[in-house]
Design a protein around this ligand. Structure first.
Ligand code: NAD
Ligand code: MG
Length: 339
């Protein structure tokens, strides 16, 4: 309501100042004064158009393979998480966010963007990913925000609960939960997937969000936002991602279920569905070295996406102005795939 009034006021002012008579200008004066305290959007320097096909590295890529969990800091080329580019405008000022998998990939891009939008941010990651996590903590602090680092394995229910409680305690509350961590391993055949592997994938991708969201709910006030990272795999599964792809179908599904359950409580629940994105997930067994060489080539943009290209989606879904978006899946897949 406030925003609608604001826009009307701005329009009234423009009409009033665009050559109408003094009498008309006087008539418009009351609403103009009502909106006078609001900032005017003027004086922006023009932004260059960017061709999305040439904006970032394209295949072929050099051979790379890392032991799981891979590090962003060891990738060639290094992914862009928005470190040098993301500019905030206070869209999340005062918010308190927990992001799983916040050390790298989409989680890191969201962490950087959230901090630059004015949020305090807690990240979870695996202890082996400490070098990546330290970079993120430094970036959050550089943005002038509180950074909380909570390493630990999400396959443990007790840790998931501790993680949420600790994040809420250290941040002084919680109003954004980004359930983003995942396990993806490529296996050519279902026969190659042991029960232990299957369990590992399901625990990380399905049980952990269940435990985390349950633990977070008591902290979430109306206006809070839950965001899950799903995938184009939810609807178009690759043959070598039998276990992973089905967890993404389930993720899309539980996000929509929760949106219906939590809508009446004023808590929004949405998902982001990436296509092929240049992240450690793919390097540590998520993809094969052969597939990585040509990664993203078959998309209409002819290249993989970079985590930075999804940051604004995570911001948008958390921000107050997306207040009518819940149960939605926002895609970013370079032109192929459906959310
Ligand atoms: P990433 O490797 O940077 O992030 C995944 C993170 O999951 C890791 O950093 C790690 O901290 C965390 N993680 C994994 N197992 C864990 C465990 N047991 N305990 C705690 N943390 C654990 O890769 P990413 O691609 O940014 O992945 C983020 C999300 O994006 C995932 O949900 C993934 O499924 C999704 N996704 C990625 C792609 C892609 O092409 N990269 C495409 C579609 C969806
Ligand atoms: Mg990582």
């Amino acid at each position: 309501m406030e925003n609608i009034m604001t826009n009307e006021n701005k329009m009234s002012r423009r009409r009033a100042l665009s050559g109408l008579g003094v009498a008309m200008a006087t008539v418009a004066a009351a609403p103009v004064l009502a909106g006078a305290a609001l900032p005017e959007q003027t004086g922006f320097a023009p932004v260059d158009l960017q061709d999305p096909t040439t904006k970032y590295p394209k295949p072929p890529f050099t051979h790379q393979n890392q032991p799981w969990p891979a590090l962003a800091s060891k990738m060639v080329p290094r992914p862009d998480h928005g470190e040098e580019t993301y500019k905030g405008s206070g869209r999340l000022a005062g918010r308190k966010a927990l992001i799983t998998g916040g050390d790298s990939g989409m989680g890191r891009a969201a962490a950087i963007a959230y901090a630059r939008e004015g949020a305090d941010v807690a990240i979870n990651y695996l202890p082996q990913e400490e070098p990546d996590a330290r970079e993120v903590v430094a970036l959050i602090k550089k943005a002038g925000q509180k950074a909380v680092a909570i390493p630990g394995d999400l396959r443990e229910e007790s840790f998931c609960k501790k993680l949420v409680d600790e994040a809420a305690k250290q941040l002084g509350g919680l109003d954004i939960v980004v359930s983003n961590a995942a396990r993806q391993q490529s296996h050519p055949s279902i026969l190659d997937i042991s029960s232990d592997q299957f369990d590992w994938t399901i625990k990380t991708n399905i049980y952990a969000p269940f435990w985390i969201i349950k633990a977070a709910l008591p902290y979430l006030k109306p206006g809070s936002s839950i965001i899950g990272t799903t995938s184009v795999q939810a609807t178009d599964p690759s043959p070598d991602l039998y276990d992973y792809a089905q967890t993404k179908a389930a993720t899309t599904n539980f996000l929509k279920s929760l949106a219906k359950q939590l809508g009446p409580k004023g808590i929004r629940v949405n998902g982001v569905a990436p296509g092929p994105i240049w992240t450690p997930l793919q390097m540590g067994g998520g993809s094969t070295p052969e597939k990585l060489r040509e990664f993203g080539k078959d998309t209409p943009l002819g290249r993989p996406g970079q985590p930075a290209e999804l940051a604004s989606i995570y911001v948008q879904l958390a921000a107050n102005d997306a207040s009518y978006s819940t149960g939605q899946i926002y895609g970013a897949a370079g032109g192929s795939g459906q959310p």
